[in-house]
Each structure stands twice: as C-alpha cells, then as structure tokens.
Design a protein around this ligand. Structure first.
Ligand code: NAP
Length: 286
C-alpha cells in the first residue's frame, strides 16, 4: 500500500481564502474586521516564530491584529491586567497568550482570565467543558485542525478505533474528546501506558503527540491506518520531523500527514476560524 498524503498546507490555504472572503463580506456590510490580540512574554525564539506566523495569517485574511511583546520579567498582575483590558476592548474578538510563559507566571490563571468568548485558543475550562458536552464553543486549535484533516480524507470516522499518544491538556486530551464526539472509540496513551505497540497496532487512526522523533516505528502501524503526526522534532541533521517513521508510514498506511506541512498549518487555520467565529458572535450580540 502507498499512503496518500493529507496536505495540511493546501487545506489550510483554502480555509484562509474562505475566511478572507467572509471578512470582505463583513466589511462590505459595515461590520468591523475581526480583531486578534497576540501576547508574548519574553523572547523564546520558537514563540517568536509562531507569533510572527499568526500575524502574517491575520494580514492575509484581513483581520485587525495587535501584538503585545512584553519583557520576560513582566509580573503576573500586569499580564492579567492587560488581558482584562483586552476583554473589554470592542476592537478585539480574540485574545491569544503565547505559551509557554515564564516560570513565575501561572499559565492557568492567565488562561482563566480570558473571557471565554474571546478564548480563541480554546483552552479556557469553560470551552473545554463545552467540547466535552458537545456544545458550541471555541475548540482547541490543534485537535480542531486534526479533525478537519480527518474529514478531508473522506473516510467515515464513526466506529473507528483511535489511539492518541500523549495526554496534554492542550493536545492529547481535547483530541480524544473530538474523536469521541466524531463517534470514534478513543484510547489515550501516556508515559505510563503499557504495551503501546499492541494498542497502536490495533488502531484505525493514530494521532501522535509525544514530541519524540521515530516514536512510532513501522512495526507498530496497522496496514491501512490513518496516521496523524502532531509531533515537531528536530533530527540530528537539523530537519523538522514528526513522531512517526514517515517512510514506513508511507509504505503501510492509507493516509498520513507530513511534518512539516500537515498539522502545523491547520493549527494556525483553526485559530483564524475561532477568531472569525468569535467576531461573528460579538457582532450578533453587539
Ligand atoms: P507535552 O505536554 O510534553 O506532552 C507529551 C505527552 O507525551 C505526555 O502526555 C507524555 O506522557 C507523553 N509521553 C512522553 N513519553 C511517552 C512514552 N514513552 N510513551 C507514551 N507517551 C509518552 O507535549 P504537547 O504540548 O502535547 O505536544 C506534543 C508534541 O506535539 C510536541 O512535539 C509539540 O511540539 C507538538 N505540537 C505540535 C503542534 C502543531 O501545531 N503541529 C501543536 C502543539 C504541539 P505523560 O503525560 O505521562 O508525561
């Protein structure tokens, strides 16, 4: 079997075109452009790259965007006060606080300060609860982007056995709920899970979010499976790679996402989708 590649880059580009079109229509109807505020504390180089990509995406689709680059020594109360101001700012529909934050700031307190209606990362407990209860809300971006990729395969999802490798609050856990909501049967694995090989080998869908190169070798892959690689790692040659042995996946799976060009662009596209949704909700309420 030769796997088909799920091309996140082109699917995300199509989403951006659709969003840009919606923004043009909003503006033509006299509505304000959707507004996204991105806050970065400190100068983590990876965060700076992510933030600049997000601002570039905002420009491309015609969003209003504001960047807040705060020094690493910013106090938690100062950050909370900024989030509080942005919560009240009518030009801002979405607030994103780039993680990780410096150690002296409690990330959860900051996430919980964001108005859930502006929580375009989908990390606020209210939005996680709404996902769990299958109610509309802001969905965490990476799992939401993965669901879009899965739907693009055209494969029916209901009844499929899905294994999620990784149980983080922002990736693995919401991913499992998204798959459950799509009527899959999810199994979440973590560092204490036993016999991962047997679990992965049974899975129709594997979502890998561990952050270790070659974590899923070819011998674990069920022929015909759908493989979604969320992991981002730099290999010895300095190249970006995922968690799954890509060459083996191409030979054995039915579908596979590349790294880069798979889940990453979809996470960014899901952020734009959430911001547009927030703006539409705000203009309905306003
Ligand atoms: P994380 O918080 O570090 O979580 C990693 C998970 O992997 C944990 O649940 C951990 O289990 C599990 N794990 C570690 N070793 C394991 C083992 N030997 N067997 C089974 N499970 C094991 O990371 P994250 O934030 O979820 O991110 C995961 C990866 O996805 C990273 O490479 C990150 O860069 C990437 N990522 C990509 C995107 C994107 O848009 N493409 C977005 C977000 C994250 P325990 O909980 O038991 O420790």
């Amino acid at each position: 079997m030769t796997a088909r590649i799920i091309d996140g880059k082109s699917i995300a580009a199509a989403i951006r075109r659709r969003i840009a079109d919606s923004v043009r229509k909003h503006v033509a109807h006299g509505l304000p452009r959707p507004g996204l505020a991105v806050i970065q504390v400190g100068d983590n180089p990876a965060s700076s790259v992510y933030v600049s990509h997000k601002r570039q995406d905002c420009r491309e689709v015609g969003f209003h965007s504001e960047a807040y680059e705060l020094p690493a020594e910013t106090r938690q109360e100062q950050l909370l006060a900024l989030v509080g101001r942005l919560n009240m700012d009518p030009a801002i529909d979405g607030i994103l606080v780039q993680l990780p934050l410096p150690q002296h700031i409690e990330a959860q307190a900051v996430i919980e300060r964001i108005n859930p209606d502006k929580d375009v990362d989908g990390f606020h407990p209210e939005n996680i609860g709404r996902l769990l209860l299958r109610l509309p809300g802001m969905r965490p971006c990476t799992p939401s982007g993965v669901m879009t990729l899965l739907r693009h395969t055209g494969e029916p999802l209901d009844g499929k056995d899905a294994v999620i490798l990784g149980q983080s609050s922002i990736v693995g856990r919401p991913m499992a709920i998204e798959l459950l909501n799509a009527r899959c049967t999810p199994t979440i694995c973590h560092s204490r899970s036993r016999d991962l090989q047997a679990k992965v080998r049974r899975a129709d869908i594997v979502v890998a979010a561990v952050g270790r190169e070659q974590f899923v070798p070819g011998t674990w892959i069920k022929p015909g499976a759908i493989l979604i690689d969320i992991g981002i790692n730099r290999n010895a040659a300095g190249k970006l790679v995922g968690d799954i042995d890509f060459a083996a996946a191409c030979a054995q799976a039915a579908w596979v996402t590349p790294v880069p060009g798979g889940v990453g662009p979809m996470t960014r596209a899901a952020l734009l989708e959430n911001t547009l949704l927030a703006a539409e909700q705000h203009s309905r309420l306003g």
